[in-house]
Design a protein around this ligand. Structure first.
Ligand SMILES: [Cu+2]
Length: 127
């Protein structure tokens, strides 16, 4: 009885360890290395979707030089306004399917909100 339990448990534990270890090492090796090899300086644009009175993802981390595009998919107009009162970036009211873009050149944490619905907040981390 004990033997049977152990025989079943051991391979299962080994498989679990492999499953946990494999994605991490594979993810580190191939896609990141590929991006670095093909496009060392250029950074892919990043998108924040606005829907349901929320920015998604609420926090987005990008590399310096990344152009971030906000796309309003909501039925309501929204803005993208930097938390410094719009001094860093400030969109007009975006209607449904409108978008706004800003290129982040300097590292830092950029908080922003919707000037129409100030409870809508988001953060872009540039590093
Ligand atoms: Cu809004």
């Amino acid at each position: 009885m004990t033997m049977q339990t152990n025989r079943r448990a051991l391979p299962l534990a080994a498989a679990l360890v492999l499953a946990l270890a494999a994605p991490a090492s594979a993810g580190d090796a191939s896609p990141a290395a590929q991006v670095a090899a093909t496009a060392p300086a250029a950074t892919a644009p990043a998108t924040v979707t606005i829907d349901n009175f929320a920015y998604s993802p609420a926090t987005l981390t990008v590399a310096p030089g990344t152009r971030v595009v906000w796309a309003n998919k909501d039925e309501e107009p929204h803005t993208v306004t930097s938390a410094d009162g719009g001094a860093t970036f400030k969109s007009p009211a975006l209607d449904t399917d409108d978008s706004f873009a800003f290129t982040f050149t300097k590292a830092g944490t950029y908080k922003y909100f919707c000037s129409i619905h100030p409870h809508m907040v988001g953060t872009i981390v540039v590093k």
